[in-house]
Design a protein around this ligand. Structure first.
Ligand SMILES: Nc1ncnc2c1ncn2[C@@H]1O[C@H](COP(=O)(O)OP(=O)(O)OP(=O)(O)O)[C@@H](O)[C@H]1O
Ligand SMILES: [Mg+2]
Length: 479
């Protein structure tokens, strides 16, 4: 106290002294490394001539693809990513060579943004503008989500001592596509992202369509794993078209298949109404595809009744074929998860509660292991799953936000209009177009983005690109 008194008494300015002391204590930020200057600008793409003494032979700075660079436009600080490097006219001795870097602009900080990084640029750098390597502080500014809803997913490629974060809103508030060649690490990244998400949101609702049965091991105790042995997807949930696909499928059913399906569509509403009567459900609300239970044996009984009538409007052979197919399906143990129930036990609400984890009960993730589902019914099962996911989101009016992860999506939402099953494509397309309104987000994971229905992929506003070796695939990802 005495010292301070004597200091002030000496007439010195205390404030200046404190500021100077603070400045002495913080080492000045290192000056950014100059890389070269801009020599071409076209849209968001730039070309920079790189100083050979900095990055050329014998230079100290290493400029690599993926590096973040910065430029100044007045008070704006513009950032770009190096997408290509070249020496257009190489010489044997390496002297006086021209080094070029292709740069894609990614975002900026402006005086109005208070140092916050924003995607997109409002001002382009001028020709001849100096190019710098982004400093560690710049990287912190660009990749720093840690203050908001973000999950740590690894370290930055450009600075391995810094954590990399993914924005939860960016991932879940929009549909996301995770695209990359086979073996590039998509499934591992999905598992990591889901684990981090569940660490933060233990009461989330996530449904993962697992085509190869590879995820259960990554979520011990945190996931409800549904396999054909434990799954309950009763036939009465199916629309008439889905049921027809199972009954007829690709087999050569002959001309009577169409007649059989017509007969089925005539009898299902009658069977649904018969069951509705037993539970006092208003019969007039029951239509062909109303998801109310009915007994398959009632449909079989109605077919027999039809066969016994004299005034048959349908040929007898089609009715007999249909009855045989339904009985075969009921007896086939591979289809037990669809046709196994002898009695109607559940309602739509029971099935949805189990599927979408209401209540969560410590297991917020539902892994639907589809590896054991017979291939001839896989597309129909996917159609039913995607359809009821959308219906659940719609009926709950977004009260329970859901993330639906579609692994190997190119198999069931193919771009080729002739392949795939139309109702499955429609169900996924509906989620892609309208799901977000009801809190339903989609994550499309695929190794063949060029083969996915482009209307679905175009709805994915967040794209996570992994290693892509095929040039055609790269082009479709860029689009
Ligand atoms: N970050 C990583 N570092 C090192 N190895 C990894 C990483 N991510 C994944 N791998 C390994 O790469 C291999 C392939 O990973 P993964 O199954 O996730 O690829 P994928 O893109 O899903 O392939 P596919 O398209 O065939 O399903 C696995 O053996 C995995 O252990
Ligand atoms: Mg995979």
């Amino acid at each position: 106290m005495e010292d301070v008194q004597s200091f002030t008494d000496s007439g010195a300015n205390v404030e200046t002294w404190i500021l100077e002391a603070a400045r002495d204590a913080t080492p000045p930020a290192p000056a950014p490394t100059r890389l070269g200057r801009i020599v071409s600008i076209s849209g968001l793409s730039l070309v920079a001539q790189i100083d050979p003494e900095t990055c050329g032979a014998g230079g100290t700075a290493e400029l690599r693809k993926g590096e973040i660079v910065r430029m100044h436009c007045g008070a704006h600080r513009v950032f770009g990513m190096v997408t290509g490097l070249s020496i257009p006219m190489p010489e044997n001795d390496g002297r006086a060579e021209l080094y070029l870097a292709e740069i894609e602009l990614v975002g900026e900080t402006t005086p109005e943004s208070n140092g916050r990084f924003n995607r997109g640029v409002s001002r382009h750098p001028a020709l001849g503008e100096i190019l710098f390597l982004a400093t560690p502080d710049d990287l912190e500014t660009i990749y720093n989500f840690s203050c908001g809803a973000a999950i740590a997913i690894g370290t930055l490629h450009q600075a391995e001592d810094r954590r990399a974060y993914a924005s939860v809103d960016g991932m879940l508030g929009k549909h996301v596509a995770m695209l990359g060649s086979t073996g590039s690490g998509k499934s591992c990244a999905v598992a990591l992202l889901l684990r981090r998400l569940l660490d933060r949101h233990a009461r989330a609702h996530i449904v993962l369509l697992d085509m190869h049965g590879e995820y259960a091991a990554a979520f011990p105790n945190r996931a409800e794993v549904l396999t054909p042995q434990t799954m309950d997807l009763p036939y009465w949930l199916f629309t008439a078209d889905e049921l027809a696909e199972i009954i007829v499928g690709n087999r050569d059913a002959g001309a009577h298949a169409d007649e059989a399906i017509l007969l089925l569509k005539e009898l299902i509403p009658a069977a649904r109404r018969a069951y509705a009567k037993t539970i006092q459900f208003p019969e007039h609300l029951v239509m062909l595809d109303t998801p109310t239970p009915y007994a398959l044996r009632e449909v079989i009984r109605l077919i027999e009744e039809h066969m016994g009538r004299f005034d048959k409007s349908q040929p007898l052979i089609a009715a007999r074929w249909l009855k045989n197919r339904l009985e075969t399906l009921r007896a086939d143990t591979r289809f037990g998860f669809m046709f196994g129930g002898i009695t109607v036990r559940d309602t739509m609400a029971d099935i949805m509660r189990r599927m979408f984890r209401i209540p969560v009960d410590g297991k917020p993730l539902t892994i639907v292991d589809l590896s054991g589902v017979p291939s001839e019914v896989l597309n129909v099962v996917l159609s039913v799953l995607c359809r009821i996911t959308f219906d659940f989101a719609l009926w709950s009016r977004g009260e329970h936000p859901i993330l639906l992860v579609c692994e190997e999506a190119h198999h069931y939402v193919p771009a080729d209009p002739k392949s795939g099953f139309e109702p499955t494509k429609n169900a996924v397309a509906r989620i892609a177009k309208e799901g977000r309104k009801y809190g339903l987000s989609l994550a499309i994971v695929s190794q063949r983005p060029a083969e996915i229905d482009p209307t679905i992929l175009s709805q994915c506003n967040t794209v996570v690109a992994f290693r892509i070796t095929n040039a055609g695939t790269r082009t479709s990802c860029a689009a």
